[in-house]
Ligand binder design. Structure first.
Ligand SMILES: [Zn+2]
Ligand SMILES: [Zn+2]
Length: 154
């Protein structure tokens, strides 16, 4: 409920397109728009379940598509075989570090990366419009956990 404003914008979006403003859609929107970000459809369904809402995955997916179409939510593909979603307020631009062990996502931004992309592109006569940066690896927690080490010494 932190941002009633975006909830209103989603309602307005549904109204403009003559789409039913169902309580399910509003509950899903409320959860996602106030989430810290990067939830999968399964995450959304599970979190709704914890709050006592038993929504099917298909309903969640349909609403996520609508939220993306409305521009309030951004879809991310971290190469995991499924999509994650984050509120568009998380944009401006940032990069993602994704852990391939636990699936955690860390955001960062560094002006130096922007400079390097600009300089590299321009040196090749290219005018960059936008870019995405995804770094896959192992997070601090997973590296620190002793059971996380699957390397065998032979
Ligand atoms: Zn991890
Ligand atoms: Zn993000």
């Amino acid at each position: 409920m932190a941002d009633a404003d975006v909830g209103d914008r989603f309602r307005a979006f549904l109204r403009e397109r003559n789409l039913p403003i169902t309580s399910q859609r509003l509950v899903i929107a409320d959860l996602l728009l106030n989430a810290p970000g990067h939830l999968s459809a399964e995450d959304v369904t599970a979190q709704l379940g914890e709050k006592g809402h038993k929504f099917g995955l298909a309903t969640v997916y349909r609403t996520l598509d609508l939220l993306v179409a409305s521009g309030l939510v951004v879809e991310r593909d971290f190469g995991e075989g499924f999509r994650r979603y984050e509120p568009a307020r998380e944009v401006p631009h940032h990069y993602h570090l994704t852990c391939t062990v636990c699936g955690s996502v860390t955001e960062f931004f560094d002006e130096r990366v922007e400079d390097i992309i600009r300089i590299s592109a321009r040196a090749r006569g290219f005018v960059p419009a936008k870019h995405r940066l995804l770094v896959q690896g192992t997070c601090r927690t997973c590296r620190g956990a002793p059971h996380g080490s699957t390397r065998s010494v032979s």
